[in-house]
Design a protein around this ligand. Sequence first.
Ligand code: XIL
Length: 382
Amino acid sequence: MTPRPVRRSLLALPLGMALAGRQAAAQALFTPASAPDRPLAEIAAGRGLVYGCAVTGNLLSQEPEFAALVAQEAALLVPEYEGKFASLQPEEGRFDFSGLDAVLNWAQHFRKAVRGHALVWQEALPDWARAALGEGPHRARGVLEAHMDRVLSTTRARIREWDVVNEPIANPPGSDVPEPPGNSGDLRATPWLRALGPDYVAIAFQAARQRDPTLRLALNDYGVEADTPWAEEKRQRLLRLLRGLRARNVPIDAVGIQAHLQLREAFRPEQFRDFVRQIRALDLQVLITELDMREPKPPQGDYVARDTAVALRVHAFLSAAIEGGVRTVLTWGISDRWTWLNREPAVALDNDTHRGLPYDWELKRKQMWRAMARAFLGQPVG
Ligand code: XIL
């Protein structure tokens, strides 16, 4: 089970990419000397913070270099697919914990905590569940309760925090991805909303709390980080939802901010820090749950310039988050070699990878890694 040490191989990398990275390395802003040579989780822990990342069972078992990096760097894991509805209950009443178990067993062996993701979401819903949710509120409630009954009891000993509702907030007008019609105020039109009405969020949290009174219950969403009118509107929608839940004593403990950041969007640290504080003022914890960075298409400049831009933004973002009261930070993956950003057709770069994770394609620490370390340490850019 012990992963092999990370092999620093250039073989898997297109030659041009490797050379571009090497030629200009001396000009990096976050140099190797700018951060201690210790695992990120250890650096974070020294400041009372937790660092973790998304993993898949397949990568942990089939890519020893990935497993070695995660074993070394992360204290907390989140399964990228294995906790989603379609993975756990592909057919009604037939639960399959094999994928999740593989992640949990690995985590246990390496003494990593695991957070669960995600119980109620409009994606990763199998066809049978989508159809069942269309059969009226009674049926929908039955689907939700049966799923939670089985999932929360099975994972109880090993997962102590779940994203109970993922991505409930409707995107304001002007989104890249068109919104389906039928929003209910601030809430996105999803099969759950259509079946149960706007109360579905409260229903989900109450159902989770009933089944496990000490489980930490989180609501997770994206698009609330940038200094744009669109993100500002989404922040206000999220705050309204949270205030409403609080006013009704709905059991919720934490808010996950996904932080799939985009370099082309403006960012204002004080604004984001204050947003985190506004959530915390509702007596909710705030986590950064899925950090990565999309570069503009096509990316600007050579690899050093790109890495510097990414690192500067990540440093500003995490410093603001931590100042606002965030104590847990997860990246969505750990290396540019295995990131969903390269798999999503609308996002992937032509013949190139995004450089939005702490390790590059060759599994070397990038400026982003050092920017994270410095933000964890409370140190300025450098
Ligand atoms: C993504 C995975 O990374 C992809 O591989 C998959 O195809 C779709 O889901 N927000 C979330 C995550 O909450 O579950 C998503 O994960 C990324 C966006």
